[in-house]
Design a protein around this ligand. Sequence first.
Ligand code: NDP
Length: 321
Amino acid sequence: MREQDGAPQAALETLSAADLPPGDVLIRVRYSSLNYKDGLAVTGKGKVIRQFPMVPGIDLAGTVEQSESPDWQPGEAVLVTGWGVGEAHWGGYAGFARMKSTWLTRLPAGLSLEHSMTIGTAGFTAMLAVMALEEHGVQPGGKPVLVTGAGGGVGSVAVALLAGRGYTVAASTGRADLEPYLKSLGASRIVPRDALARPSKPMESETWAGAIDSVGGQTLATLYSQIERHGAAAVCGLAGGHQLQTTVFPLILRGVSLLGIDSVYCPPARRQAAWSRLAAELSPARLDAMTTQISLADVPRWAETILAGAVRGRVVVTLGA
Ligand code: NDP
């Protein structure tokens, strides 16, 4: 990405290893992925990129090529998400990436490099949201857990993880045709997007034990008014809007909690725990069912597609595989 006349422009360019930014580990990138934030970065529709020129791609998986760190040996399989990669530091849409060794996560046993990017930042975020709900005390066996933006990346992985752990999952989508897909991931019920993206009362009937929300805006305001007493909503995203107009009533009269999810600066120990669980709880078949494979040249077109809310599940970008 370069800046031309004040506007970000995407182009494929050939660079050498000497062009890469400083870092103590060089990674041969095999896969990256396309997340909502990548869509904002590559189209220039969001101020995601903080300096130019920039190699976008907020996550990557590959093998260590060279290492000056005693913690990492050549040939080791690693993945990186967050830490400003693809925003302030050159990211995953390249054959090689030079990184700080402290940003690397060891590929968990049983997970392929490719499937680690099927999960990618979006799936990792979904796991952090599930962990936050569990730690809050939201248990399987009670009222359903609502997942919004269910057809997208965070949403699809959240549905699969929750269903796999025995929760009853209600999947909210604006795409009625995704019902068979969402039910195949484990949703028991579909909630039309319009049922939530509408003006709501400060407190509505207690419908959900918890929620994982990647939509924000009015959708979040409505679902928050419907969380049962002492339940919680894990708040991940803003695909439907960044504003939140609501009241304190669910907080102070029902003890409802809003749990903020930040995947970018998640501490390393919690990352490794989340990735171990992702590897154990998502089967290869389930991951394949939510994946579209694209090449680097396809990224600009798919960046528009993800911002239009038209990606189903996850998009894996194949690099030097
Ligand atoms: P996707 O585009 O894959 O998923 C978003 C989904 O939201 C869409 O598929 C669509 O689902 C729904 N949606 C899109 N537009 C609207 C709209 N205008 N109103 C209501 N619903 C809409 O994106 P990701 O899953 O990659 O990311 C989802 C959100 O989570 C983004 O805002 C992203 O920035 C955020 N995020 C945050 C992270 C964090 O660390 N907090 C990390 C990763 C992502 P459907 O058609 O099924 O309704």
